[in-house]
Write a protein that binds this ligand. Structure first.
Ligand code: ADP
Length: 498
């Protein structure tokens, strides 16, 4: 271990795939990234090409190694972290996906969820998995994929089919098609894992008509998953950690005790609060989930998952063409005093926590003749902060100690306007680290600790530097006052589609 210098972290996100090299000090020394194509075959549907995910992952690995001119034998371990819930089926002989992967934001199975709810299944599902019955999770997506294959490829031999979330797909490819596994943090998001046994729940597999032999083996998040195929890096490197992206970021922020929490501002926003080594159940529509695990111990968390935050900024860019770059939103917002009475409801994929309304759709309300595009952009950013406020309020209701500091990360956390408005809306300080890639960092920390490249988690976490603390400021009273109007707008957008 002494002659190795790096940990390779693979961060396979919703908008893109990234390979990042971390050195012994825990610093980023090199990275390669490729944006991922988003396929929208119908309103409310979103697919990814799993072949593209693996090709870009492999290309990023090769590029970061070539750019930094290191040899693969200098890498001690690989850590993998992925967009969660997104799932696919593939053929283990050809190695090809049977259909595009269905992405977590995809709502195509909402009627299936309605039917299950009408049958009275929601409570059992929540009891077993800790999750709110919703199309967000993998179970109904896998059921849809299986059904599609049965209809379109009726001769399929199900003994040759593998199912998995993106981590399983990447792991299987990384190990030269040898290892079909997942970790407990990703498995806890499928709505098929029993939170108490941490194994696939037979009755849920049956409910969704999923053959158990196609499912990956569930393993602890930190520990040996397998070794990378020689063909990829010219040498075998242990894959020593797998985390869901939000859990990886929680780990990087050092949130290892009850009371510590973080919010990641990416495609969606995910507020995750560490709850310790026992499962905690929410009374306010938050999810109970695995934070991470080793062979010896499992840590759990409560989570508020908000589907559309950075995605609404992508929509301003790609859908409406109002901005050229996501970062432009900051200067747009600063050009106006307020939103001129405009409120935006970011229900582009329905609403997640705390509403869980699959039928809600996006809305701009309060538009009058004087409204300019800067007001609309500002309304979109303010809506991101208000959604997070709703979840912080839910966490406060679930806990006897009020949230007093929020650790933040993710692409949209770069936006100073958004972060200041967030601090104002919450009346709580926000702490932004220098390294905003907390997701990749968490997977690197996990893998490095698992193989003994590092031995002190607290030191790794303690060495992270704070870039900026956003204190609630003079905008506080206005931001908090407008929250009531925004909530009214949300109520109008709920239960919209038939
Ligand atoms: P993910 O892991 O979900 O793919 P990232 O953490 O990489 O997401 O963040 C990307 C998201 O952040 C995109 O939705 C993008 O619109 C948004 N984003 C990036 N930079 C900014 C910025 N300066 N201001 C606002 N949003 C931003």
């Amino acid at each position: 271990m002494t002659d190795t210098k790096y940990i390779l972290s693979l961060d396979l996100g919703t908008t893109g795939n990234r390979a990042i090299l971390f050195d012994r000090q825990g610093n980023i020394v090199g990275q390669a990234y490729k944006e991922l194509t988003q396929h929208y075959p119908h309103p409310g549907w979103l697919e990814h090409d799993a072949v593209e995910i693996w090709r870009d992952t492999n290309d990023s690995i090769q590029k970061v190694i070539a750019d930094k001119q290191i040899t693969a034998s200098e890498i001690a371990a690989i850590g993998l972290t992925v967009q969660r819930e997104t799932c696919l089926l593939w053929d283990k002989t050809t190695g090809k996906p049977l259909h595009k992967a269905i992405v977590w934001q995809d709502r195509r199975t909402s009627t299936m969820c309605d039917r299950l709810r009408a049958e009275g299944q929601a409570e059992v599902i929540q009891q077993k998995t800790g999750l709110v019955l919703d199309a967000y999770f993998s179970a109904t997506k896998l059921a849809w994929l299986i059904d599609w294959v049965k209809q379109n490829q009726p001769d399929t031999n199900w003994d040759n089919v593998m199912a998995g979330t993106v981590d399983s797909w990447a792991l299987w490819n990384l190990t030269g098609k040898q290892v079909h596994a997942t970790d407990e943090s990703n498995a806890s998001r499928t709505m098929l894992m029993n939170l108490d046994t941490k194994d696939w729940d037979e009755s849920l597999l049956k409910l969704f008509d999923i053959p158990s032999q196609i499912m990956p083996e569930i393993k602890p998040s930190m520990g040996l998953f397998g070794k990378s195929d020689r063909q990829i890096l010219g040498t075998e490197i242990p894959i020593a950690a797998i985390f869901g992206d939000q859990q990886a970021s929680l780990f990087a922020h050092g949130c290892d005790r009850p009371g510590l929490l973080k919010c990641t501002y990416g495609t969606g926003c995910f507020l995750v609060a560490q709850t310790g080594t026992e499962v905690t159940r929410s009374n306010n529509q938050l999810l109970s989930t695995v934070a991470w695990s080793t062979l010896e111990q499992t840590n759990y968390a409560l989570e508020g998952a908000i589907f559309t935050t950075g995605a609404s900024i992508q929509w301003l860019r790609d859908g409406l063409g109002l901005i050229k770059y996501a970062a432009d939103t900051e200067s747009f917002c600063n050009q106006v005093e307020d939103t001129n009475g405009v409120y935006f409801v970011p229900a582009l994929s329905g609403l997640g926590a705390p509403h869980w309304d699959m039928k809600a759709r996006g809305a701009f309300l309060g538009i009058t003749g004087g409204v300019k595009k800067e007001h609309m952009v500002r309304a979109v950013l303010e809506a991101i902060a208000y959604q997070v406020k709703e979840v912080v309020d839910a966490v406060n209701k679930d806990s006897d100690k009020a949230v007093s500091l929020l650790k933040i990360d993710g692409g949209a956390a770069k936006n100073n306007f958004l972060m200041q408005f967030q601090a104002d809306a919450l009346g709580v300080a926000l702490e932004r680290p220098v390294v905003l890639d907390a997701t990749a960092q968490g997977a690197a920390f996990g893998a490095g600790l698992a193989v003994g490249f590092w031995d002190d988690y607290q030191k790794l976490v303690g060495d992270r530097q704070v870039d900026k603390v956003f204190e609630p400021g003079e905008g506080q009273s206005q931001a908090q006052e407008n929250f009531a109007m925004w909530s009214k707008a949300v109520s109008r957008a709920k239960n919209w589609i038939e």
